[in-house]
Design a binder for this molecule. Structure first.
Ligand code: GLU
Length: 418
C-alpha cells in the first residue's frame, strides 16, 4: 500500500481547503462559512468488547454529524485503524457536499471505530457493532441520522446494527442502508458505488474524447468499490491492466480477466498471485501509463510525492479524499483530469436514498428500476458539473464543490436559522 504523505494538515483541514475555495467563489458570508465548515454535532464513545480470549478491550468510536440542513444526516461507518476524529470529520463533511451535489434529501455524517476488522473474529465484530450502535443510539434515527457501510464494514455489519437498534425501538429497517436484501436492503446497493463510477466515466469519456472500449485502467483497492468498478469496466471492454490490494498486486499490460480475478480473490483473499499476471506494488501502480487511474481504497493515496510521477490521463476518485490538495494542484498543472470523489463515488449514497425510500414504503423495487434511477442521478450530476466547468473554466472538483456547497448554503438561508 502507498504510504500516505505526512502532511501537517489533517484530512479535515484538507477537505476544508476545497470547501473554502467554493465558499469564496460563492461569496458566502463569514458566518455562513463558519457554520458550514464545522460539524454540527460530534459524539465520541468508548466501546468495551469481550474478545474471544476472555479479555475486555476498549475501542474508540465516533459519529460526526457534519450538516443536517438538507435532511437527516447520512453517511457510512468505517472500521479502520486510522479512523480518528479528524478523519471521520473529513469524511462527514464530504458527505454533506456529496448529498448536496447529488441533490438528495440528506445531510452529511460519518462514523468510525478505530479497529482492524481483519484481525477480529465474526463474533468480536458483532459485539463491537452492537456496542457502537447502542452508544450512538441517542443521536441516530430514521429521520435523524442513517448509517451505512464504508471501509471495513458491509451488509452484515448493517444487519447487526439494524438488529441492535430494533431491539430497543421495534423493527426499524430504515435505520441503516446497505443492509442485506432479505432484511429490506435494496437490490443493486452493493454494486452502486462502482456502477455509479462507471456511469460517470462513460459520460466523461464523451467530453474527454476517450473511447471506454479499448481504454486502459489501473485500480488501487479491490474491496466492494474497486472490485465492482473493475468488473463493470471489464464488461464494457476497458482493459484493467493492474489491480492492487492490501495483500499485493496483479499486473498484465494486455488486460486482466476481472471475472477470473474475482474468483482468485474469493479463494485466496487477495489479488496477489493471480495466474497470468506479474506482481506489482501500489507505488508502481500509481505511476503506470494508462487512461484511467482509479484510487478505490484509502484517503491521501495520491500526494505531493507521487503526483509528479502519475502518467494516467484521468484520475477517477472512487475512494473518498484519495488526493491531497497539494497533489490536486500538481495534477491540474500537469493537465491531468481529476474526476472528484463527491461525484464519482456518490452511487452508494444515491442507492442508499432509494433503499431508505423503499423502507419507508415497505416496498422492494426491481434491479432495473434501481439502476435506471442511479444512472439518471449520476448522469445529471455529471452534466451539471460539466456545465459549471465550462462556464467558469475551473476544475471538475472545484465545480462539484461549487454546486454541492451552493445547494447547502441556499437551504441554510431558506430555513432561516441564521
Ligand atoms: N460510505 C459511502 C460513502 O462514503 C455510502 C454512504 C451512505 O450510503 O450513506 O459515500
Amino acid at each position: 500500500m502507498a504510504t500516505a504523505a505526512k502532511s501537517k494538515l489533517s484530512a479535515f483541514d484538507e477537505v476544508n481547503i476545497f470547501f473554502d475555495k467554493a465558499a469564496e467563489r460563492l461569496d458566502l458570508d463569514n458566518g455562513v462559512r463558519d457554520l458550514l465548515r464545522q460539524p454540527w454535532r460530534e459524539l465520541e464513545v468508548s466501546l468495551p468488547v469481550r474478545m474471544d480470549d476472555g479479555r475486555i478491550k476498549v475501542f474508540h468510536g465516533y459519529r460526526v454529524q457534519h450538516n443536517g440542513a438538507r435532511g437527516p444526516f447520512k453517511g457510512g461507518v468505517r472500521f479502520h485503524p486510522n479512523a480518528d476524529k479528524n478523519e471521520v470529520r473529513a469524511l462527514a463533511s464530504l458527505m454533506t457536499w456529496k448529498t448536496g451535489l447529488m441533490d438528495i434529501p440528506f445531510g452529511g455524517a460519518k462514523g468510525g471505530v478505530q479497529c482492524d476488522p481483519r484481525a477480529m473474529s465474526e463474533g468480536e465484530q458483532n459485539r463491537l457493532t452492537r456496542r457502537y450502535t447502542q452508544s450512538i443510539d441517542p443521536i441516530i434515527g430514521v429521520n435523524q441520522d442513517i448509517p451505512a457501510p464504508d471501509l471495513g464494514t458491509n451488509s452484515q455489519t448493517m444487519a447487526w446494527m439494524m438488529d441492535s437498534y430494533s431491539q430497543v425501538h421495534g423493527h426499524t429497517p430504515g435505520i441503516v442502508t446497505g443492509k442485506p436484501v432479505e432484511l429490506g436492503g435494496s437490490v443493486g446497493r452493493d454494486a452502486a458505488p462502482g456502477r455509479g463510477a462507471v456511469y460517470v466515466m462513460n459520460e466523461a469519456c464523451k467530453d474527454l474524447e476517450i473511447a471506454l472500449e479499448g481504454s486502459t485502467a489501473a485500480v488501487q483497492g479491490f474491496g466492494q468499490v474497486g472490485s465492482w468498478t473493475a468488473r463493470l469496466l471489464h464488461e464494457r471492454g476497458c482493459k484493467v491492466i493492474a489491480v492492487t490490494d492490501v495483500g499485493g498486486g496483479a499486473y498484465n499490460p494486455n488486460g486482466i480477466d476481472v471475472g477470473d480475478l474475482l474468483l482468485h480473490h474469493a479463494t485466496v483473499g487477495t489479488v496477489n498471485g493471480m495466474p497470468g499476471t506479474d506482481a506489482i506494488t501500489t507505488e508502481e501502480l500509481m505511476e503506470l501509463k494508462c487512461d484511467f487511474l482509479i484510487p478505490a481504497a484509502i484517503e491521501r493515496a495520491i500526494h505531493e510525492r507521487n503526483a509528479p510521477k502519475v502518467k494516467a490521463k484521468v484520475i477517477v476518485e472512487a475512494a473518498n479524499h484519495p488526493t491531497t490538495p497539494e497533489a490536486d494542484d500538481i495534477l491540474n498543472d500537469r493537465g491531468i483530469t481529476v474526476l472528484p470523489d463527491i461525484l464519482v463515488n456518490a452511487g452508494g449514497v444515491v442507492v442508499s436514498e432509494l433503499e431508505w425510500t423503499q423502507n419507508l414504503y415497505q416496498h422492494q423495487w426491481e434491479l432495473n428500476r434501481v439502476n435506471e434511477e442511479l444512472k439518471k442521478k449520476m448522469t445529471s450530476a455529471y452534466a451539471k458539473v460539466r456545465e459549471v466547468v465550462g462556464q467558469k473554466a475551473i476544475t471538475y472538483r472545484e465545480a462539484a464543490f461549487l454546486v454541492g456547497v451552493g445547494r447547502v448554503a441556499s437551504v441554510v438561508k431558506l430555513r432561516g436559522f441564521i
